[in-house]
Design a protein around this ligand. Structure first.
Ligand SMILES: Nc1ncnc2c1ncn2[C@@H]1O[C@H](COP(=O)(O)OP(=O)(O)OP(=O)(O)O)[C@@H](O)[C@H]1O
Length: 695
């Protein structure tokens, strides 16, 4: 309840701070000399505007917190900072796009799926569970045996004539056997469980990756790469650890609690009764503090992931960061997120420390109490020394097991929510229906393309219609160019032809057949060859990059494709030739070289339709000429769709279509459009000249 109150009041506090002048004041304090308290709240405000809490009677708490926060901030500000207060600009920050409620996915946990993963390893699992239970039983039995030995030792003192070896031999052998059995079963359950855990985790990872690869483009428009990688690594790992811990520790601890509790009752109902009085308060206190700590742990996890996202974004866009001299800003932003994460983790550490220290003190008090009462019962002849010893060890077993169970509870919550996120993505079915299995044989393929009454909006922005009743025919073997100013839907036409998205209305047809009827693998892998503005190469050799289009292509085919794409000469000039490594995303090549390798890759497919999506617009004019030549050779005899900003690249097109706001506004050959001197044509010409002079 207190925890809920805390969250609510924090939310309300954030709301108020966001809407009040106090916010400005807070910013001043933070920017000049931050105190941890204030920093924490301000960072929460900045990062969790989306987590608006419900209004409730807890409003009562909020003003109090607000006042405490402000007064504390003011005191610290005056105590720690001597300089003047400047009204600085807001800290350099950016909204980190990520899924909401990232750490609250336990509801999506698919138990049936988990059983499906466990089924192939059921015998291993049963053996592991049996071994874990055996360890638990032995742990319960061992204190009783210890008690017997203590009694033998105690009797020795009273009766000096007895043969010590004879007396101790049997219980000692039994105890040693129990220890050996316990060690052997411990080894078995750990070994077997790790086998089951690793196999299940590996299968889950594979299924998750396959599922991610199957998803629609709309999915990738919304998801962050870092978060998807986290699903594949951190979440699967968390789930695996939690699974292993639950099966081993959980089963063992529960059995030990039950077994030891029974032993305690058998040894001394009196002492057990007294101990039981303390149990409810321990359970209630433990559960309450445990839930607070779990909440804090989730917050810390979320914050750590946020810091990782900032780093990932900066590292993967290093050129942009460099170009804008943004290193310092990125480092600042990262440090800020790390500091918040560290503060949360320190708070967590503090909480755990206090919790454990308090628990230890309490439990040691209980041990003393038990010894005191046990001593009293011994003095009245109701208990032997061995009984007290066995009672103490059993009570400790119960205490350790309960502590383990409370820790396990945290691990179970973490595992369920990590597993929930993994299963959510494994079970995610793409919305696009890709079951159409039609293909056209190569010699029957003409390459007529038609957009018929197409209306389309991106799934991420369903209200922003990009194309409305769009109609366009690209006859087989012809080159059609689409020109238009930025953001008018040119690349969208390509995305629809590649069937990255499905049209909302109308049809896209190839040789009169709706794209949705085709086998997607054939369509993208064999029928269409796409060369885009930003050729993305894999961090491998030139040869492997070209061969990506046709994995079974021979070296001779790869070289032939490179010759067609005008890439052979420069590749040959590298010391390692076709085995040259191109760096991450082809960073070790020039723009023109990257583009020509991408063309070679497309040529190797030998597709009947080639799509050039601003294929040369990122190049300087010298490279553009070379690449243009390569493209002309590659496109010979094929249906070509060209998307272009620059008119010089579309002069030879059979038809030029001018697009404005998703609609065709002018069309004709280059000559016709030149004569027509239409408004949009002139607009593009002007833009073309501007970009020419700036190049
Ligand atoms: N994945 C996406 N999700 C949502 N909206 C998008 C997406 N991609 C593009 N858009 C929007 O669709 C519209 C058309 O974009 P498109 O990329 O087709 O324009 P373009 O004419 O190719 O522009 P440019 O010449 O600058 O590449 C734009 O308003 C853009 O913001």
């Amino acid at each position: 309840m207190w925890q809920i109150m805390q969250i609510h009041s924090c939310h309300i506090m954030r709301q108020r701070l966001l809407t009040s002048k106090t916010n400005v004041y807070f910013k001043n304090i933070v920017n000049n000399k931050p105190s941890n308290f204030i920093k924490r709240y301000v960072s929460e405000i900045k990062t969790s505007v989306d987590k608006q809490g419900n209004k409730s009677l807890l409003l009562l708490c909020s003003p109090w917190k607000l006042c405490t926060g402000v007064s504390l901030g003011i005191c610290l500000r005056y105590l720690l900072y001597k300089g003047p207060v400047f009204c600085k600009a807001a800290q350099n920050t950016r909204t980190i796009q990520r899924r909401p409620n990232l750490y609250d996915d336990s509801s999506k946990f698919d138990w049936l799926k988990l059983f499906g993963y466990l089924r192939p390893h059921k015998w291993l699992l049963i053996a592991a569970v049996a071994s874990a239970l055996a360890v638990a039983f032995l742990n319960v039995y061992i204190p009783a045996m210890l008690g017997v030995i203590v009694n033998v030792l105690a009797n020795m003192k009273n009766d000096l004539n007895t043969d010590f070896i004879e007396e101790i031999k049997l219980p000692a052998i039994e105890l040693i056997s129990l220890y050996i059995g316990q060690a052997a079963f411990t080894f078995f359950y750990i070994h077997l469980l790790s086998q089951v855990g690793e196999r299940v985790a590996s299968q889950m990872k594979q299924d998750l990756f396959e599922s991610i690869l199957r998803q629609d483009m709309a999915f990738f428009d919304q998801e962050r790469t870092g978060e998807l990688i986290n699903r594949l690594t951190v979440d699967v790992q968390d789930f695996k650890s939690s699974f292993k811990q639950t099966i081993s520790g959980g089963l063992r601890a529960m059995t030990q609690v039950v077994g030891s509790a029974v032993s305690l009752l058998v040894i001394s109902p009196h002492l057990t009764g007294l101990t039981l009085i303390c149990v409810p308060s321990v359970v209630i206190g433990g559960t309450f503090i445990g839930s607070l700590l779990r909440k804090l742990s989730r917050e810390a996890q979320t914050q750590v992931e946020k810091a990782t996202l900032v780093a990932e974004e900066a590292i993967s866009n290093m050129k942009t960061v460099r170009a804008f001299a943004g290193e310092e800003n990125e480092a600042d932003m990262f440090s800020r997120e790390c500091e918040i994460a560290a503060e949360l983790s320190m708070e967590l550490g503090l909480g755990i420390g206090l919790f454990q220290a308090g628990t230890n003190l309490f439990l040691n008090g209980m041990v003393l109490g038990t010894m005191f009462l046990g001593g009293h019962l011994m003095s009245t002849g109701q208990m032997t020394a061995g009984d007290v010893m066995a009672f103490l060890v059993n009570a400790q077993t119960v205490q350790r097991s309960v502590a383990q169970l409370s820790l396990l509870f945290g691990a179970v919550v973490k595992g369920l929510s990590a597993g929930g996120r993994v299963f959510e993505y494994i079970n995610k079915t793409p919305t696009m229906d890709t079951s159409g299995g039609k293909i056209i044989k190569y010699h029957e393929f003409h390459g007529d393309i038609e957009f018929k009454d197409v209306t389309f909006a991106y799934p991420a922005r369903p209200d922003a219609i990009v194309l409305k009743n769009f109609n366009l025919k690209i006859p087989a073997g012809k080159t059609v160019a689409i020109v238009g100013t930025s953001g008018n839907g040119k690349s969208t036409i390509v995305a629809l032809l590649e069937r990255f998205y499905d049209v909302n209305e109308g049809q896209v047809l190839i040789d009169g057949i709706d794209l949705r009827e085709f086998d997607c693998k054939w369509l993208r892998g064999r029928a269409l060859g796409l060369i885009s503005q930003e050729p993305v190469l894999f961090a491998t050799t030139v040869k492997e990059n070209i061969r990506y289009a046709k994995p079974d292509a021979s070296d001779a085919e790869v070289i032939q494709a490179a010759v067609t794409a005008n890439a052979h000469e420069f590749v040959k000039s590298f010391p390692a030739g076709y085995d040259t490594l191109v760096g991450e995303r082809g960073a070790a090549l020039s723009g023109g070289q990257k583009q020509r390798i991408a063309i070679a890759r497309a040529v190797l497919k030998n597709p009947p339709v080639i799509i050039l999506d601003e294929a040369t617009s990122a190049l300087d004019s010298a490279s553009e000429k070379v690449v243009q030549k390569a493209l002309e050779t590659a496109a010979k005899g094929r249906t070509v769709l060209v998307i272009a900003h620059r008119l010089s690249t579309v002069i030879n097109a059979d038809l030029i279509v001018v697009l404005n706001r998703g609609k065709i506004v002018e069309m004709g050959t280059h000559e016709q459009l030149k004569k027509l001197k239409g408004f949009y044509w002139n607009l593009i010409k002007q833009q073309d000249q501007d970009s020419d002079s700036s190049r």
